[in-house]
Design a protein around this ligand. Sequence first.
Ligand code: HEC
Ligand code: HEC
Length: 257
Amino acid sequence: MRKFIIAASLVSLLAPALSAAQPADDALREYEQAMNLTPNHENGKKVYKICAVCHTPEGWGLESGAYPQVAGQLSTVLIKQLSDIRARNRDNPTMLPFTSPQLLGGAQEIADVAAYISKLPMSPYNGVGPGNDLVLGERLYKDNCVECHGEHGEGILDDHIPLIYGQHYRYLLRQFEWIKNERRRNADKKMVKQIHGFTHRDIRAVLDYVSRIKPPKEKLAEPGWRNPDFPKFARPANLHSGAGYSIDKRPPRPTRP
Ligand code: HEC
Ligand code: HEC
């Protein structure tokens, strides 16, 4: 009887661990599949149509950080995040339905769209933080992030470590907090450990610093650039204008006539 209870409680202890491993395994399988395919850039453009609705045709997302900038991200990172999101190894309820095989396709389409997105030039107007604690931010970055995200936030292609420079501040903030409190299941365990002791002030300071690292010239779009692959896409006038909401640049209040 005692043995049975021990066995039964072992099973109930192991069961959640086993089912939690499933999405990670599925995601890894798809990642490896997509990585071994030759991407088709033209088809990537077609696939990107459904993504443009949220991430915008330019791939710049919104300065508010509600949608991240994906333009210019490393292809390996895009493939990994797409595989994770659709295998539910990273929760993204807004985007999940658009990653179904019916809408997105298979590993080939993931490879194609990742190739297309990684070549899009980045926004010259990403959302930045308040800018009042950058000395601390820089020091924290140099001491805690360089090893993985690189000297300038450029990431590491072969290790699918994200490029983080030029990303919207509020998106960085949300992801960092989710990684820290282990809500983002695909997070890097070593990163979680590294940022364990970060205070609220540290987090804001380091991400403000990151959001202000300008991407190198060859990755950056000219101000006013619009993706010529989407000539008919209706864009609100203030989209990507630099006037959208960010913490230090709230849009002006409408004045009464
Ligand atoms: C309905 C809106 C929507 C659509 C359509 C959509 N996404 Fe997303 N996507 C999001 C949101 C919201 C997030 C950020 C979620 C979060 O905060 O964790 C996101 C995150 C991502 C990320 C992770 C970025 C990062 O750096 O962490 C990638 C990559 C991505 N999307 C690619 C795509 C691709 C490719 C498509 C088209 C196949 C697509 N998305 C379609 C809303 C959308
Ligand atoms: C040990 C390596 C490591 C260290 C140190 C590290 N990171 Fe990360 N970080 C990663 C990896 C790997 C990911 C992507 C995890 C995944 O696959 O989803 C990531 C993801 C992120 C993301 C989410 C990016 C996105 O587009 O979704 C942010 C933001 C981030 N890191 C910021 C930082 C900052 C700031 C520091 C320093 C305070 C830091 N990281 C330290 C490895 C690291």
